[in-house]
Design a protein around this ligand. Structure first.
Ligand SMILES: Cc1cc2nc3c(=O)[nH]c(=O)nc-3n(C[C@H](O)[C@H](O)[C@H](O)COP(=O)(O)O)c2cc1C
Length: 277
């Protein structure tokens, strides 16, 4: 089983990735998205979002950090992906889930879930541009407003040559309303052969077990749960006892103030005011 730290714009930046990967249990991080419009990004811009690129694309604990791109222009996405691969990124992830109207208006993020053919073109162009040994992956929601095109989108990602697909088991319209629709992960697994990573509403080791049982997925991506319980991934891996706020950061003076109930409630609602709610 691999545990993957979810991209979370405004929350999971390099500092948080450092702390969480030091705590253990995380096999891979996906950095918050980098927006691609109509030009080639510079190394300086990329290092602002993914400073790990300056040190082999890994956190100090040695955990690889994939770079996530958000955009709708296949040529521009592919050219940027090739450039980022050249900087030493251990993987490129394509975002098909961002819900904010500012980006959706320009044809990027979740709005692409209405156009499987465009998704296919983007994935195929990016896969062609990136050296074979570097994974090109995609992250999607189930759809924009409903699940009518979920399987078409997943198949388009597979046909485009992606190495893996992560599915946040909700539509954009579902926002962050629980429960996540884990049963859809199983439908997607039946429709495609590429590995499917399960994502959405994993807050405890029990949730992690359950999402794997319901979906049949081996790998799980966790976002808000890893912030509310910084040792969650390690506990899932090792089966150790719950965090009490004192045993979260062994050997450090940091305490898990993020375990406070108010913070937990706010995280469950989406956790931010930056368009992800
Ligand atoms: C504040 C915030 C920022 C997010 N930023 C991104 C992002 O940059 N890229 C992305 O693909 N998903 C982003 N997401 C979605 C998460 O990666 C994840 O799919 C979602 O939170 C569901 O997983 P969880 O229930 O484990 O939190 C964001 C979510 C939140 C709450």
């Amino acid at each position: 089983m691999r545990l993957i730290l979810a991209p979370m714009e405004g929350l999971a930046d390099q500092s948080l990735r450092e702390i969480l990967t030091r705590l253990g249990g995380i096999d891979l991080c996906v950095a918050e998205f980098v927006r691609v419009t109509n030009h080639l990004l510079t190394e300086k811009m990329l290092l602002r979002t993914v400073p790990e690129l300056a040190s082999g694309g890994c956190t100090r604990a040695g955990v690889p950090v994939r770079v996530q791109l958000l955009g709708s222009d296949p040529v521009c996405l592919a050219e940027n992906a090739a450039f980022i691969a050249g900087l030493g990124a251990p993987g490129i992830d394509l975002n098909f889930g961002y819900p904010a109207p500012t980006v959706n208006r320009h044809g990027g993020g979740a709005v692409l879930l209405q156009y499987p053919e465009q998704i296919h073109t983007i994935v195929a162009a990016t896969r062609r541009a990136v050296p074979e040994h570097i994974p090109v992956t995609a992250k999607m929601r189930l759809g924009l407003e409903d699940t009518s095109l979920t399987l078409d989108c997943a198949r388009a990602i597979e046909a485009g040559g992606a190495d893996e697909i992560t599915v946040h088991a909700r539509t954009k319209t579902d926002r962050y309303r629980p429960p996540a629709r884990w049963e859809w992960l199983a439908h997607i697994r039946e429709a495609v052969k590429l590995p499917v990573v399960a994502n959405g509403e994993v807050w405890t080791p029990q949730d992690s077990e359950k999402i794997r049982q319901v979906s049949g997925c081996t790998d799980v991506m966790i976002g808000r749960g890893a912030i509310v319980r910084p040792d969650l991934m390690r506990r899932i891996k090792t089966g150790e006892r719950p965090c009490t706020g004192r045993n979260c950061f062994p050997g450090s003076s940091i305490t898990a103030t993020s375990c406070a109930p108010g913070w937990t409630r706010s995280m469950r609602r989406g956790g931010s005011s930056n368009g992800w709610e």
